[in-house]
Design a protein around this ligand. Structure first.
Ligand SMILES: Nc1ncnc2c1ncn2[C@@H]1O[C@H](COP(=O)(O)OP(=O)(O)OP(=O)(O)O)[C@@H](O)[C@H]1O
Ligand SMILES: [Mg+2]
Length: 319
């Protein structure tokens, strides 16, 4: 299939704040094909979650388009949106906060269905079978259905979060840092489960993370964001082998010590003043921190295809 499952065109999301317009997502163009994963990386606050939420219409876009199977869903009415809503799901870093502690695992897994149909919980044989199938698919032992979220560890709770998405039989899942809160050994289990589900169901993922090691493993393509802007976008292997944007190079050269979470932000070996995403100047937002920046960088930011499928807004300093 040569049509992407999901695509954005010049997608922007700005937030009105008391200090001005915060440009959280600026002019993002991306494509995700059926059965593929786009990794979205960048440090805390660069707009990853906002992008994911805007694609799913959990935020209202400021401008641009989101195409799902070729149709601009930003123009969809509520009824049209309801019709395709189940195709597009999201899982989060901390499923605990989105799981009602008073509901059993079974009730939590069936909840998205009852919310969608508007009907009260069915307790049919059919539903029982479906829940069992989904639990098995997500690696949840059958007897867990009568347990409550606090009785599960983080990995199992993430499996419940995934089961809640999978029960709707989606085509596309935004995975927003789904393993960031987990121990490394558990991370690998969840990543393997995600890849296994993808293989079996042809799922497409937008996989958001600040952890480059994770994104390398799971992504077909990788998009690097800096303060709302996409600075580089390439097939995964190409990005790791031949990254060109000064920001991407700073990120990748600092591997493996780099950790872009808020807590460890200072470890990134980038110096200089950080600009602000509020009423930003035109041009590249990395320019104030970039050793190669020229006057031109402050005027213009534009992705160019530097080799087939490899886009970057800058190649300065590459020899
Ligand atoms: N509802 C909101 N209102 C105003 N500003 C917001 C809102 N949500 C996010 N922002 C701002 O938009 C920018 C992008 O935030 P976002 O949460 O998308 O970043 P992120 O890359 O997901 O970061 P993290 O890695 O910490 O999750 C930040 O400057 C943030 O403060
Ligand atoms: Mg986020």
């Amino acid at each position: 299939m040569d049509r992407p499952l999901i695509e954005t065109k010049n997608l922007c999301k700005y937030f009105k704040t008391h200090r001005g317009m915060l440009h959280a997502v600026e002019d993002v163009n991306m494509k995700i094909f059926e059965g593929k994963t786009l990794g979205v990386v960048g440090e805390s606050g660069c707009g990853k979650s906002t992008l994911g939420r805007t694609v799913l219409r959990l935020h209202q876009a400021t401008s641009g388009e989101v195409l799902f199977e070729g149709e601009n869903i930003l123009k969809y009415s509520r009824q049209q949106m309801n019709r395709i809503h189940r195709n597009m799901q999201m899982i989060f870093q901390d499923p605990y906060s989105s799981l009602d502690p008073r509901m059993s695992i079974r009730a939590l897994i069936t909840e998205p269905l009852t919310v969608l149909s508007g009907k009260e919980k069915e307790s049919s044989k059919e539903m029982d079978d479906r829940v069992s199938r989904i639990m098995e698919m997500c690696g949840l032992p059958r007897h867990y259905s009568n347990l409550y979220p606090h009785e599960l560890d983080g990995g199992m709770r993430q499996r419940v979060g995934l089961a809640r998405a999978m029960i709707l039989d989606p085509k596309f899942i935004v995975c927003d840092e789904p393993v960031s809160a987990l121990d490394v050994s558990i991370q690998a289990q969840i990543l393997n489960l995600l890849m296994d589900l993808q293989d079996r169901h042809g799922l497409s993922y937008m996989f958001i993370t600040h952890d480059l090691a994770v994104v390398k493993h799971i992504s077909d393509e990788i998009m690097v964001m800096y303060m709302g802007q996409v600075v580089e976008y390439a097939p995964s292997a190409e990005l790791f082998r031949n990254h060109v944007h000064p920001y991407t190079r700073a990120l990748l050269n600092s591997i493996p010590t780099i950790d872009l979470s808020r807590r460890n932000r200072e470890r990134v070996t980038i110096t200089g003043e950080v600009s602000s995403p509020i009423n930003p100047a035109p041009g590249c937002r990395f320019a104030p921190r970039c050793p190669f920046a020229t006057e031109e960088c402050k005027q213009k930011h534009e992705l160019k295809e530097i080799s087939p499928g490899h886009f970057a807004s800058c190649t300065k300093g590459v020899n």
